[in-house]
Structure formats: structure tokens, C-alpha cells
Design a protein around this ligand. Structure first.
Ligand SMILES: [Zn+2]
Ligand SMILES: [Zn+2]
Length: 262
């Protein structure tokens, strides 16, 4: 089982999971061309993508979904509570391609658990994807976490976790209105670097060994600042990055580290 993010920031998110037989994509918030180019670098044939699992309707997650699905005949999976909002965003697709789900489901060898996240969209979900004993999770676009949310990703070898903004950068931003700052920092916005570090400590205690920090804001965060502040905060709570847990950061406009789960 291989995992790689093709892009990750507030401007566009796309994650690819694949094995020898088939692939699944989570969100496609970049253009069709960018998606194809990055898949070619990874050696994954777009025709092998069995499904695009969509987390929610925001355009940084849906921009390329319709175009990819129309070109390759890929099925689009969306939670029943959010499917209408997603379909409004992605343009006309053959209704046979759209699969609504209400609870856990399976695609090829992958068992998929979707869980709701607190975010300012009609319905936002995180995913845990399991193939045999290998499990990965993705949890971005959420304003806060609690133990009920976090326990959905326990048992994962890799957790893709949001670290959207640095609190000071957001507070001092001259580009963002007061209302927008409140939205991002609020209960239905995004996780800060500090929030993310606190989640990582809980995950490390539960045995998770690898984190990929994702969905960084390009306005209110930088990869260096994010990495340093997350590592410093987890270290201050007794979790040593590089020893107890590995922490990596996804790239905004390029493929991330490629993770192979054996
Ligand atoms: Zn969102
Ligand atoms: Zn987003």
C-alpha cells in the first residue's frame, strides 16, 4: 500500500493511495493537468483509480473532481449528507458515477471508514482506509478535535493531519478581515499548529508512528515555522519527534514524501 499527497494547502488538496491492482483518490482540488502530471511522476495510471472519495464541497477539495471523473469514468463517493453540495461544485457528471454512502464501505481491497468533522461546510468527513493490516487516515478541515474524533484514526500507520495556521501570523495578518480570522480560528474552521501538536501527542500515545502535516495555509503559516512549532510543542509534552513519532510536511504544489506501508 502506497500513499502520497499530490498537493496540499488551502489552495488545493489531493491524496493518492494505491497498491499493485488499483488506486483510490481522496479529493482532487487541483487541476486535471496537475493531477495527471503528478500521477505520471509516481507511475500511477489514472485509469487505475477506482474512486475519488470527496471530503467536502470546498473548492480546494473539489476543483478537479468533475474533470477527472468525466475523463476517466471514475466513481465519486460522497457522504449522503454532503453529496448535493459536492455535485453543485463539480459540474455535470453521469449519475452512474456518483455513489452516496451512509456508513462504512469497501472499494476493491480497501475498507473505508468515514467520520464527520466540525467544519464550515454542509458535511465534512475524514477517512480511515484499511487494506489487510495496513491502515492510514486523513483528517483535515476541522475546527477542533476531541477524543471521539481522534479515536477514529487510532491504529493507523500514517495519519495525514491538518496544521493550517500559526496563531500569531493569523492574528497579525493584514490581509484577512476580522470575520475571516474568526472563521479560520473558530470551532468550524481549521486546526492551528498548536492544535495539531496536541493531537500528535495523543496519537503518539496511541502508537501512531508517522504523521504527515497537511493543508498548511500559504498566508498564515510556513513549512519551516509549522515544523518547528509542532516539534517544539510535542517535545515539551514528552514526545520526541524522530524517536517516538516521525513528522513530515506535505508540499503545497508538489508531491509529498511517498510512504510505502508493508
Ligand atoms: Zn474546507
Ligand atoms: Zn480545505
Amino acid at each position: 500500500m502506497k500513499v502520497c499527497m499530490l498537493a496540499s494547502s488551502s489552495k488545493g488538496n489531493c491524496t493518492l493511495i494505491w497498491d499493485d491492482k488499483s488506486a483510490i483518490m481522496i479529493d482532487c482540488g487541483i487541476s486535471l493537468k496537475e493531477t495527471e502530471n503528478r500521477m505520471e511522476i509516481l507511475g500511477v495510471d489514472p485509469h487505475s483509480v477506482s474512486a475519488i472519495l470527496v471530503t467536502h464541497e470546498h473548492s480546494d477539495h473539489t476543483k478537479g473532481v468533475g474533470m477527472f471523473a468525466r475523463k476517466y469514468g471514475t466513481k465519486i463517493y460522497a457522504h449522503a449528507d454532503g453529496v448535493d453540495a459536492i455535485l453543485e461544485k463539480i459540474g455535470k457528471v453521469n449519475t452512474n458515477l456518483v455513489v452516496e454512502y451512509f456508513s462504512d464501505f469497501a472499494i476493491d481491497n480497501y475498507h473505508i471508514h468515514a467520520f464527520k468533522l466540525p467544519h464550515d461546510s454542509i458535511c465534512c468527513v475524514g477517512y480511515t482506509i484499511k487494506e489487510n493490516d495496513k491502515q492510514i487516515s486523513i483528517m483535515t478541515d476541522l475546527g477542533y478535535t476531541n477524543d471521539d474524533i481522534i479515536k477514529n484514526v487510532f491504529g493507523s500507520r500514517l495519519v495525514i493531519l491538518e496544521a493550517n495556521y500559526d496563531e500569531k501570523m493569523l492574528r497579525e495578518s493584514t490581509k484577512y478581515s476580522f470575520a475571516l480570522k474568526n472563521r479560520i480560528g473558530g470551532r468550524f474552521g481549521h486546526l492551528s499548529n498548536k492544535d495539531s501538536a496536541d493531537v500528535i501527542c495523543k496519537l503518539a500515545c496511541a502508537g501512531v508512528k508517522q504523521i504527515l502535516l497537511a493543508h498548511l495555509s500559504e498566508e498564515n503559516n510556513t513549512p519551516d515555522l509549522c515544523y518547528k512549532s509542532v516539534c517544539d510543542r510535542v517535545a515539551s509534552q514528552g514526545v520526541t519527534p524522530g524517536v517516538n513519532i516521525m513528522i513530515d510536511i506535505a508540499k503545497a504544489h508538489d508531491i509529498s514524501t511517498l510512504f510505502t506501508l508493508k
